[in-house]
Each structure stands twice: as structure tokens, then as C-alpha cells.
Ligand binder design. Sequence first.
Ligand code: MN
Length: 277
Amino acid sequence: MNSDDTTSPGLELRAVFGYASDRGLRREQNEDSLIAADPVFAVADGMGGHEAGEVASSICVRTLGDAPFVGRHLPEIGADDVRVLLRDADAGIREATGGRAGTTLTGAVLVSEAGVPCWLVFNVGDSRTYRLTGGVLEQITVDHSEVQELVDMGQITPDEALIHPRRHVVTRALGTGSDTEADYWLIPAEPGDRLLVCSDGLTGEVSDGQLEQILLSVDNPQDACASMVEAALRSGGRDNITVLVVDLEGAGEHSGASAAALPGTAEHQPAAGSAGA
Ligand code: MN
């Protein structure tokens, strides 16, 4: 690993990402939405029949996509800036659907906090953001769901939560209900980080252990997304499946296997293109 500590750490970071969304095998529509527009990466899972869920989740990601910091590298923004956007999204969904529909939202903005690159992770509902770091997959977000509350109280185990009849009941959402506040986490972002953002159609079908195994074995982020969607479909695909993978690379790093610098290669070669370059 390089340590050019004299340069500002964030300037050389690059987010490389892939994503996939699938209706699944049982649902008639895909009510999930996603946004992957550096520095914003998020998944929204809409709820409410007759296409209202799709309206809710798409208003939500459009609101994020219109944010003034979209397209800026490492903006100096914080949780308060995201909170304002989520209030706008909440109001927009209520206006469009009259409170009949809501959406979950989770993801991250790659920000600069006092000069340090960080993931500003946010969550409302039971979609999830994970980080693969040091070869281990960690769930960053905590679900806002009835079963999560039962797990927290020690009344059921995480495994029992997966098959509990009320596992789909969320306790917070945007656009509906009275509890719309997101939780926030600020985590230092480092080259080699791999973020997974997904709807419950993935985590309801595929165990964290299987997800970790795919994320560790499939280098290319787009291929990793395809592989996880396939796994969810094989497991039954009972819900819409949406998955987004973001890799954070340092300058001159390749997403492929040949990342080691050749002896005597003084110049940093910018990674032109990705796989197949
Ligand atoms: Mn879902």
C-alpha cells in the first residue's frame, strides 16, 4: 500500500460502482428505486399498492439526485444537509400520494469531514447499508422494523426474525406515518472499502454470510451485483431486489488483479477504464 501522506488523502479517491434491480419472481411491479451519482449512493424501497410505492421511492431518489452537492467530489456537507433533503422527500411523497404510500431509504454520501474523507451513512426503514472492510462484512445500519425491536428486546433471535410473520413491518418510513427521522453514521472512508446498499428483497433471501462470500470473491462491482441478485432469485425472489456496490479506490489502483506497482515504474498510471482496459 502506498503512503503518500504529504498529499491530501481525499483528492485521489475514486468511487467505482455497479448496481442492479430486479422485480423478483412474485411481485407484479418493481417498487424499488436507486441512485448512484457520485457522491450519492442510495436505495429506496417503496410501499403502497397500485404503483404508489414506485411513486414514493422514485420521488425519494429524485430528491437526492437534485441535491446541490451531486457531482461534486467530497463535498463538505453533514447530516443536517441530508436531513433537509429527506424532509423535502417526505413532503413530496405526501403531496403526491396523500400519505397512502411510503418508502424506506438507505445509503451513503461520500463527504469530507474536517479534511477527512468519510461515508455519511443514513437510514430510514429496513433497507440496509453494509461495509466490507478487512475482509469482513459489517452491517452499518440498524433496521427500523418490528422484528428488529423484538431482537433488541431479546424476544426473538436474528434467525427467527428472518421468518417472523411480521418481518416486513417497518416502524419508520418517508412519506407515511409519524416517524420519518433517519439515523446517521459518519465513518472514515478508506481505499479498499466496499459498500453494499440493498433492499430487503436481497437480505430476506440471502444470508449475510453468503453476501460476504460473494463480495469477497467477485472483484468487479457490477458482476458482484448480478451475482447477489441471482442468489436472491434462486432463493425464491419473493420481493423486489435492489443492490448497489461501491468500491473506493486510491489513485492508480485498478479494480482488477494487477494492482501491484512494477518496480521502476515511477509515474502513477491513471486507471483508464475499468475491467477489460
Ligand atoms: Mn422490499
